[in-house]
Design a protein around this ligand. Sequence first.
Ligand code: ATP
Ligand code: MG
Length: 248
Amino acid sequence: MAQTASRPLVEQASGGTPIVVSGLVVAFDGPPVIDNLDLVVDPGAFVSIVGRSGCGKSTLLRTIIGLEAPQRGTITVDRDRARIVFQEPRLLPWFDVLTNVVLGAGDLPDARERAAETLALVGLSAKAHEWPTRLSGGQRQRVALARALVSQPRLLLFDEPLGALDALTRIEMQRLIENVWSRQQFTALFVTHDVGEAVMLSDRVVMMDRGRIVSDTDIPAPRPRRHGDAQLATIEGRILDLLLAGGS
Ligand SMILES: Nc1ncnc2c1ncn2[C@@H]1O[C@H](COP(=O)(O)OP(=O)(O)OP(=O)(O)O)[C@@H](O)[C@H]1O
Ligand SMILES: [Mg+2]
């Protein structure tokens, strides 16, 4: 069948899907790691999760996407349209960049065309036929982002996706993620240790401590936002104070 001339395959906003977590309890061998947690994320919202190491952030994301089974509670989410991006890009070294992205398209039609368009979206068309080992850390993470985006997810979970990058690359990646999110309007749940990054990107910043949500802060600042903005810095300071005060 003939395709509509030059109509982009990956540009159409797919819209976000909500997350509703209720009374969630996740335990491994000992006490609960997620302890009776409730969380509602609106469709299309950008919500960050911050909290000390070991407080259960990754476990929460893994349970939402179905990689861990809860002991109690319910999660309502459209997992078929959800993807996760980790701190390490996890690319397959024996495939070139384009093929790594194609793999994220599953059995969608036009997978190669979609993958090529998504690579353009993250600014990496020129590297399509390069091996992953020949890319910089930031470029690899952009490929991982493209692989997650190519299926047009309605929910993207991020587990410290920028944690391994230098400060400048990190800011560029933040801009890229915000830009793609505002175009495609998926729901984003973003785990980070960097409170400034959380405040910069998010509509809401949720703080976890010992498996529970202990604070939930709306970030009303208009977009686009600027690094160093005074209003954002004030909110960041407040959240950092809470984080430091809640030490375990
Ligand atoms: N598969 C597992 N088996 C046993 N314990 C686990 C497992 N996964 C996580 N845990 C434990 O659950 C707790 C929470 O871990 P989790 O990885 O969710 O923390 P986190 O908030 O993501 O920490 P970080 O900021 O360091 O990434 C930790 O005490 C960890 O040891
Ligand atoms: Mg973690």
